[in-house]
Design a protein around this ligand. Structure first.
Ligand SMILES: *Cc1c(COP(=O)(O)O)cnc(C)c1O
Length: 827
């Protein structure tokens, strides 16, 4: 393994100070994603958006001892007396050199993928096809940059026997460093489009740069029918190991004889090395996926000659890569394709192709909302002429252009039904979106136009009932509680039960941005889901199931251990896993609540096992208070805290290191400030509820719906099941699409809840039905059908009011809202 002194030898730094040589298992570039401090090298990157050197002292406090920096060591040495430092001219370059050094330790095959489109899809498809035969290490998501590639390659180990990495470039000169890091044996050149063209003087120049990846490769896989690529490759590579596939040339090592699409499937017939006809069937029909699959046929044939025909069946099991073309149902029978991944002509064409298929299948009208394009490398007049041609070719029924460049070239679109707006906000205020119906709407644009607001508008109106979640308020609540604790006190955010009903992933992503130290969920599957969605922050599992250990370990989740049985079974599970370091666990003590946790009399046995077990490390010891919000229970709470101090002391005492201690939940943070210890666990306060005053900090969740229908009724009419509602006077009622099946309890019926519309209180009338309810809107004569109203979560009707009516606590109101209510997030 690489050690600090070895790193000095590899990097030849300007200066270094190695106090104690240590192996380096982990690279850390983002101070927030620190998982464990041992054997970790922090790399202080300097980028236009930040300088990693400012985190060094904090990371030292958190236990990091190895730093790769580009400033003078003397700046930090006094504050970090025990730290090793290596100082180089450029930390990013040094990191690439370390990754290249690591890469050179392994001799199994490595595939490098480059090109403008399809890199991630080809990589993920190859993984799906080959993971039965190989232990594959690959780039996470689309980690393909100057920074992402070394981080990906760093994951190589002797457990693997195949590497698949993407390499993406945006400027000339970037590929040669990526090549040295990946050093691929097989290179795949996927679609070369016009993305990032602006930094290159010509298509050929960009292609030459990409081909640098293949300089020392044994095989290159590429589309030999593309004249430019073919010519360039034959010129630069003198025919060594060329695997060009072709639809025209039967002599090609992979000849694509036929592509036949039917329904949702495509059959590709091909010949390998002029052999017999073979076929694969794939569950895709779009051009881009077909091309990606052809690249995969080539690579599998090279890597594993016995793959065909035996394993051709795997192709039919390929799963689409959720990445860029996101399809949502919109309102007024619209569907929405969102593509903000890139904005260039080639990806526009790919998206139009996808849209056309959806329209053919559903009979919807194709509509396009497009912004100015910045990544084309073409003269604007030529570019937008091409865009207009595409609109005609794909028979777009209505085109909406956003941005000044498009707006000033309206005449190019004279034969397309089209509207133009200078900005996204101008489009939104024109209310034109509400007039689109029965259409498939492709939304595509440069990020700076924030087209997500357009797609939100189109989706929001459709979802008649929605829980609107304000992520800015969530962050403000974190700040509110952070201000109550000392700056060195850590924070766990509780996002169990789908983030108290609001959606665990969006909560996690926002909290990770807010730099919280830990997230906590109830069960392993919740943690696994967050990891799959790319959450990297440490995650605590409060209630791990004994049969979930392998998943827990695989996804790097940290278990709460609350019994000897659990501890023993976890240690046993660990013995089946290779580990570099002791696995972090959190010990829970029962101090009087009598839910989960070790009892005091079990401690001697617990300590005995902990001392003996080298496989685990106790990162924290904690307990939970039963009545921190209630002054009447203060004596009980104090007793719990005293017990905790005693119990945690006994455990800590037996360990050679010092675990973090924590006991306070939200109410505890507010009322027991002298017992913050090392960490606190924030739950309901995150969501804006102050459990002590029952007030609202910053409201995060608001339940909204629309008026489905309005009825005029004479006095005396009965309303709803069992005729419980009665019109006391002639008036109007509104029917709202939410009912008890959504978690809108029957207790809110018959006037118990008053909904505020335009500041007027409108009581529910009659019983709440399963999917609908009725409200008396006689006093709001201006209200019309289709209007959006707020049911609760507003200043007039806070969540606490609803909890009171339902005779429960706000926690239950939130977690009881049915998953079929769409969660909509905004900042
Ligand atoms: C849910 C939970 C919390 C958070 O409690 P709040 O009252 O929502 O702040 C803290 N600790 C544990 C162990 C929990 O289960």
């Amino acid at each position: 393994m690489l050690t600090m002194s070895k790193a000095v030898a590899v990097l030849q730094p300007t200066e270094n100070r190695i106090i104690r040589d240590e192996p380096i298992a982990n690279l850390l570039t983002d101070s927030r994603s620190i998982i464990n401090s041992e054997q970790t090298l922090f790399i202080a990157l300097v980028t236009p958006s930040g300088n990693g050197h400012i985190y060094i002292r904090e990371l030292y406090q958190r236990g990091i001892r190895n730093f790769l920096i580009s400033e003078a060591i003397v700046t930090f040495q006094d504050d970090c007396p025990e730290a090793n430092f290596i100082s180089v001219r450029n930390t990013l370059v040094a990191m690439q050199e370390l990754a290249a050094y690591k890469r050179a330790q392994f001799h199994y095959s490595v595939i490098g993928i480059t090109g403008s489109n399809g890199k991630t899809v080809v990589k993920e498809f190859l993984y799906q096809l080959l993971h039965h035969d190989f232990n594959i290490v690959r780039s996470p998501k689309s980690y393909n940059s100057q920074l992402g590639v070394p981080l990906s390659v760093w994951n190589m180990s002797d457990k693997h026997d195949l590497g698949i990495f993407e390499a993406g470039i945006s400027k000339p000169g970037e590929m040669s460093s990526l090549r040295e890091v990946i050093n691929p044996d097989i290179v795949v050149i996927t679609g070369i489009g016009s993305a990032h063209q602006e930094n290159f003087s010509s298509f050929e120049e960009k292609l030459q740069e990409k081909l640098l990846l293949a300089r020392y490769a044994k095989q290159i896989v590429y589309d030999a029918d593309n004249m430019v690529i073919n010519a360039e490759i034959e010129r630069s590579f003198l025919h060594t190991g060329l695997f060009g596939w072709s639809r025209k040339n039967e002599e090609a090592p992979l000849f694509i004889k036929g592509v036949h699409t039917e329904g949702e499937h495509t059959e590709i017939t091909f010949k390998l090395y002029k052999g017999p006809d073979q076929t694969v069937a794939i569950p895709f029909t779009d051009k881009a996926s077909i091309e990606d699959v052809i690249h995969c046929i080539a690579v599998t044939a090279i890597l594993k000659p016995s793959f065909f025909p035996k394993k051709a069946i795997y192709f039919s099991e390929l799963k689409p890569i959720e990445m860029r073309l996101e399809l949502k149902n919109g309102y007024q029978n619209n569907s929405i394709i969102n593509d903000s991944y890139s904005n260039d002509l080639m990806s526009l064409e790919v998206a139009l192709d996808f849209q056309q298929r959806k329209c053919k299948a559903s009979g919807a009208r194709p509509v396009v909302i497009l912004t100015d394009i910045y990544e084309s490398g073409l003269e604007p007049d030529i570019l937008y002429r091409k865009v207009a041609t595409l609109m005609r070719r794909f028979d777009i029924q209505y085109f909406i252009g956003v941005g000044y460049e498009l707006m000033s070239r309206q005449d190019l679109f004279s034969d397309v039904s089209a509207s133009f707006f200078p900005s996204t906000s101008a489009l939104l205020s024109a209310e034109i979106l509400g007039q689109i119906a029965d259409s498939c709407i492709l939304i595509k644009g440069a990020r700076r136009f924030s087209l997500e607001t357009v797609s939100d508008r189109l989706v929001r109106q459709l979802n008649q009932t929605a829980l609107e979640i304000d992520l800015t308020a969530l962050k403000q609540n974190v700040a509110h509680y952070r201000a109550m604790i000392p700056s060195d006190c850590k924070m766990v955010c509780m996002i169990k039960a789908e983030g108290y009903g609001l959606g665990a992933f969006e909560m996690a992503r926002t909290l990770e941005e807010a730099n919280v130290d830990y997230l906590a969920v109830a069960v392993t599957d919740e943690g696994k889901y967050l990891r799959q969605m790319g959450i990297r922050c440490p995650i605590l599992i409060m209630n791990p199931e004994i049969n979930s250990w392998d998943t827990l370990i695989e996804y790097d989740l940290q278990p709460e251990i609350y019994s000897l049985k659990l501890l023993n079974s976890f240690c046993e599970a660990l013995s089946g896993h290779q580990q570099v370091e002791p696995y972090p666990v959190h010990i829970k003590c029962d101090t009087g609540m009598h839910r989960l946790g070790f009892m005091e009399k079990e401690l001697p046995r617990l300590c005995e096992i902990l001392v003996r077990s080298s496989r685990i490390k106790v990162h924290s010891i904690f307990s939970h208070l039963a009545g921190a919000d209630d002054p009447a229970l203060d004596a009980f709470t104090q007793k719990q805290i005293d017990t905790f101090i005693r119990m945690s002391g006994a455990i800590s005492h037996s360990l050679p290191y010092k675990p973090l201690l924590h006991i306070l939940n939200t109410a505890g943070i507010q009322r027991f400030s002298q017992y913050h210890f090392d960490m606190v666990r924030l739950g309901i306060g995150l969501y804006g509820i102050d459990p002590v005053t029952n007030g609202t900090i910053h409201a995060v969740a608001k339940l909204t719906s629309t008026v489905l229908q309005i009825k005029e009724l004479p006095a005396g009419e009965h309303i709803g099941y069992s005729c419980r509602g009665v019109m006391k006077r002639a008036g109007r009622i509104a029917i709202i699409p939410i009912g008890y099946a959504d978690g809108f309890s029957r207790k809110m019926g018959n006037g118990a809840l008053e909904v505020y519309i335009n500041g007027v209180a409108c009581p529910t009338i009659g019983n709440i039905c399963m999917d609908t309810c009725m409200i008396d809107i006689t006093d709001v004569p201006e209200l019309t059908e289709g209007t959006r109203i707020t049911l609760f979560g507003s200043p007039e009707v806070p969540l606490q009011t609803v909890a009171k009516i339902m005779d429960t606590i706000p926690y239950e109101v939130l977690t009881g809202l049915s998953p079929r209510i769409q969660r909509i997030y905004f900042q």
